[in-house]
Design a protein around this ligand. Structure first.
Ligand SMILES: [Zn+2]
Length: 319
């Protein structure tokens, strides 16, 4: 069945707003097949940011994020054992975040793209009062649930709810696997900088285009492209630039396992080349625990010995 082509628009670089680019990659919506269109990733010749250009117009968001999108069905789309492992890793993750703040018990925390409030609830269990725990999410239902429980939930995109949030007041803001989806990441980072209290910490987790799996699958199949939903793809250089333009100081960069990108990269290549449904299902990063463990272990070892992975964490502070 042929699908209707998406309405698209040409855009400028999401980091430096330049219009000069060179081709970087071409690909399709290998994961959800929401259209048959071929998409272009381009590389900004002035700042090296990689971005989708042209990209779907805003009216197409409900098409490119279909109801079965994994983020909407997180717990049910992931293997139970993998979910257990995620609990363990997330507990470690939260403790590593808190190591950057001086008073973990009274931290004023904002999670941009908080989903069902997983991290807010984990922090509350560690003793942080609910009135200090803020979350922004595009699901009206998730936000209504959080507010009913006493958390501070805001429904919408961060750009839309920014004016309602208290400026200069957060000790810790996290934005995980979200910045690559937003319309103008340089604006969002500036807004987050304004929301931080002096001494506050911003933690960004996002795909990194300077890594081995990108080099191998760069032409089309790299899982991190997530065509056509990832609009800007960063690196140490472009993240540093956005942080400093937002008057934030880079404290550290860390490289996290990019297991789903590895597995999706193989899945896209194999599914496109063999058209085998069985092989495609085998390479399902949310279900195949053996592959998931192998890819995770591989990246953990690589990061330990000093290599970059394609999942980067920026820790920046507001002076
Ligand atoms: Zn640029």
């Amino acid at each position: 069945m042929t699908k209707r082509p998406l309405k698209m628009e040409a855009v400028h670089c999401g980091v430096c707003h330049s219009d000069d680019w060179r081709p970087f990659a071409k690909g399709k919506d290998y994961e959800y097949h929401t259209s048959d269109d071929e998409f272009n990733m381009v590389e900004c010749t002035s700042c090296s940011n990689v971005y989708l250009n042209p990209r779907p117009v805003k009216d197409e968001l409900s098409t490119i994020y279909p109801p079965n999108y994994y983020a909407y069905n997180y717990d049910s789309s992931i293997n139970a054992l993998a979910l257990k492992a995620k609990d363990f890793l997330d507990t470690r993750k939260i403790h590593s975040w808190l190591s950057h703040v001086s008073n973990p018990k009274t931290v004023r925390f904002l999670d941009v793209g908080c989903g069902n409030g997983r991290y807010l609830k984990m922090l509350h269990k560690l003793g942080v009062p609910k009135e200090n725990l803020f979350g922004v999410e595009m699901s009206e239902e998730a936000i209504a649930g959080l507010n009913q429980e006493g958390y501070r939930g805001y429904y919408g995109r961060i750009e839309d709810v920014f004016e309602k949030l208290p400026k200069g007041s957060f000790d810790l803001i996290v934005i995980l696997q979200v910045l690559e989806h937003v319309e103008d990441p340089s604006v969002v980072v500036k807004q987050l900088g304004q929301l931080l209290a002096p001494g506050g910490v911003l933690i960004v987790e996002t795909p990194n285009t300077k890594s081995l799996d990108v080099a191998i699958f760069r032409q089309s199949y790299w899982g991190g492209y997530h065509f056509p939903r990832h609009w800007n793809l960063f690196s140490k250089e472009t993240l540093t630039r956005m942080a400093s333009e937002s008057h934030l100081k880079v404290k550290e960069f860390n490289f996290l396992p990019a297991h789903t990108f590895w597995i999706f990269s193989f899945q896209h290549m194999i599914a496109e080349r063999t058209k085998s449904a069985w092989l495609k299902e085998f390479f399902n990063p949310f279900q195949n625990v053996v592959l998931l463990s192998l890819a995770t272990g591989f990246d953990i070892v690589r990061a330990k010995v000093g290599f970059a992975t394609s999942n980067i964490q920026l820790v920046a502070t507001k002076p």
